[in-house]
Every structure is written in C-alpha cells, then in structure tokens.
Design a protein around this ligand. Sequence first.
Ligand SMILES: *Cc1c(COP(=O)(O)O)cnc(C)c1O
Length: 343
Amino acid sequence: MIDLRSDTVTRPTAEMRAAMAAAEVGDDVYREDPTVNRLEERAAEIAGKEAGLFVPTGVMGNTIALKLHTEHGHEIICDARSHILNYELSMMAWFAGCVARAIPTSDGLLDWAAVKAEVRPLGPHAAPTGLVEVENTHNFGGGTIYPQAQLDEICSGAHGMGLPVHMDGARVFHAVAATGMPLKQIVTNVDTVMFCLSKGLGAPVGSMLVGPQKLIDKGRLYRKRLGGGMRQAGILAAAGLIALEKMPARLSEDHANARWMAETLAAMPGIVVDPAKIATNILIFDVAGTGLDAGEFAKRMEAMEVRMIAFGPRFIRIVTHYDAPKNSCEIAVEKIQEMLKRA
Ligand SMILES: *Cc1c(COP(=O)(O)O)cnc(C)c1O
C-alpha cells in the first residue's frame, strides 16, 4: 500500500526507535524528565523563543495557544480554511470560549489589509478581537508558504493594535526547507508557534508549542487540564529530538516529489493542477474533468493500493513524505494513469 493521505502516516526511523529504547526518563509532570527538558530547550532555541512545551498533539498545542492569548468572548481572526476553524472540533469555542472571524482567501494566506478590516474593538454590539492566527505552511491552501514580508506586515500591524499573533506551524519546517530561511527568522515576529514532530519529521507522537516563558509556564497548566501531563514522556521526546535535529534536512526531497507528481498529473486528461503552485509537500488537484467524483476517484485508487484523500466532490489531496520515496510516487502516478484509462 502506498499511503499518500498525509505525512502523519510516517513511522519512526530505526534511529528513533533505538533512541526511544535508550532514553533517559523521569516524571515530566514534576519536570524531571531530562529528555523532555532537552527537547523543550532545543525547540525553543531553534525557534528563537524563550521556552517550549512538549504536547501530545498539534491540536492540543493550538488549543493551549488560543487559550493563552484570549479571553472568553473574544474573536480570533483566521482564514476560512484554517485547521483551527475546520479540523479541531471547535476547540477555540469549547476551551477558549472564542468564535472565529474567518477571512476567505484563495490560498489560505492572509494579508494585513484583510486582517485589519476585520479587527473589532470592544463596543456595545461586537465582540472584540483577541488574536490573529496564521497557518504556515497552509494545509488546505495546498502547502502554501507565507511570503515573509506579508507575514511580518500582519505581525507588525496586529502588534500595533495590541493583538498577539499565533502561528499554526504544523508544517513550518517545510517552509524552512523550501525557502532556506532559518525557523528563527520565519517566526521572529509571531508570539507563539506550534509545530508538529509527528508529520513530515517522522516522530511517532508529539508537537511543540514555543513562545515567551511566561506564557509557556501558564500553558503547562492548560496542558495538564487537557490531560496532556505525561509522565515518562522522554521515550517520546527522544524520537522528537531526532525529528527536530535530523529530519528537516530531507524535506526538500518530499517537495521535489510533490512537484514531479504535479507535473506528471497535469499532463493527464481531465486532471487540473498547476505544478508551479506546488510550494511544499502538499498537492491538491481537480479531478472534475475525469468524469469521476473525487470520492470515487479515491475509492478506485484505494482498490489499486494507493491511498489519497478526497476533498469534496472535485478535489484530491496527496501529501508526500519519507515513507513514500520517489519510486512509490512513480508507482502511484502509473496507477492513476491506469485507473483513468479504465474509466
Ligand atoms: C496536523 C495539523 C495540526 C495538528 O494535528 P494533530 O493531528 O492534532 O497533531 C494542526 N494544524 C495543521 C495545519 C495541521 O495540518
């Protein structure tokens, strides 16, 4: 089976498994797990932030961040297809008591003019804005990357109006790989960043939330409330350290594979995708012209042992990752061609 549904399907490397077996551990709720402590320090250092918090999932990292920055009754500005709005079971409402002020975009990326137009002050009718959220890279925008000036302008504009900025950087290391810019520089103006160790970076479990010491200290209490106070979590952090230190260097391979697949698919009748727009490891293409509904397309590919995800009736998403190297991508493309011929 070639699984291109998501980079979450990557399994830990042999090196990660060995490090997990050998990990020095303690009780992390007492902050006595040396491996978790090292991971939190390294994550903060690499991101250029004061402190880090190891969380079991990206959703928990985002949930804690939204809660840290807001009060109940605030609005959170985000783009309309953001993960926090569409794929996190309304945790911004459930835990932080906030509603989303969603801005439609073509590629998932906000700009300051659009954000500024939606900032609301406290008044007799409107709820005030509490936070601006950006997603980089943008998942459902097709792995798109914020142009740095556009992101920095959002941050300075928001800060100028007293608003913090949180980055859902689940795949921010893909932006690092694609732009060659260090993480520190990309996130320099955002207040907090969440990134996943468990996606393209290959760790079995875990995400990081990084930001100012005071916020992260408070975030540790929210993590406990949400059931994320893990004990000998150094077993997981040991894999996370390898994910953080070694895996970013190979992500451009995934980007090249995604671009290559887009170029090959674009030449097939009925498939519409612009290879020039493939910025990272996510490839979303339109299959309406094949005469197949996207769900049916994915189902037929599944029967041919290639997995992908249908978004609505016309779009398919493919995510490249290290458990699907170039030759797997080649086989996947051949099988798509074969399936289309039969159809
Ligand atoms: C995967 C993802 C998350 C977090 O997902 P978890 O499954 O909870 O780790 C958050 N934001 C984006 C953009 C994602 O793609």
